[in-house]
Design a protein around this ligand. Structure first.
Ligand code: SME
Length: 161
């Protein structure tokens, strides 16, 4: 990871560690990531609920995709495959569900506990091919910090429109 990514991880780690519940941990994690990484234009957390994902805390423009079935979108694919997905050019990926016309690239990282998907981190960038192996490593480590919190308490759906 770069120094920028390490600084972001340190900030998220401190903020999540002192959070009282999963909602607070998730809010702090998306805020710290968005604050430290200038290419993260939209930073959010989706929570798995049966066969769909609902939108929890996020930083960025409101998204029309507040619920995503597992079979749809990059988000649905990452949850179904239990694997991180980096898309360098969202317009070239037929799975892509548009959130903002400005978005050019995306990374989705599942939040897993003992092999079960609890949710995922979803980041969009207005920059093409913004996400590297360093982003993937950072976000997989953030997901590992969030997983026990999310297993212990429920994150409610975002109250933003
Ligand atoms: N682009 C995502 C949908 C969520 S928005 O980016 C916030 C997808 O294709 O699943």
């Amino acid at each position: 990871m770069t120094e920028l990514h390490q600084a972001a991880l340190d900030a998220v780690s401190a903020a999540v560690g002192s959070a009282g519940d999963a909602q607070q941990a998730a809010e702090r994690a998306v805020q710290m990531l968005a604050r430290h990484l200038p290419d993260y234009t939209w930073t959010g957390i989706y929570v798995l609920d049966g066969n769909e994902l609902y939108l929890g805390p996020f930083v960025g423009r409101p998204s029309p995709h507040t619920r995503i079935p597992l079979g749809r979108g990059i988000c649905g694919a990452a949850a179904s495959e239990k694997a991180s997905i980096i898309v360098d050019d969202v317009h070239a990926d037929p799975r892509y569900l548009a959130c903002s016309i400005e978005t050019r690239s995306e990374i989705v990282v599942p939040i897993l506990l003992n092999g079960d998907v609890l949710g995922e981190l979803d980041i969009d960038s207005d920059k093409p091919a913004a996400f590297t192996a360093a982003d993937r490593e950072l976000l997989e480590r953030v997901a590992a910090l969030l997983a026990p919190k999310m297993a212990a308490s429920r994150i409610p759906p975002s109250s933003h429109p």
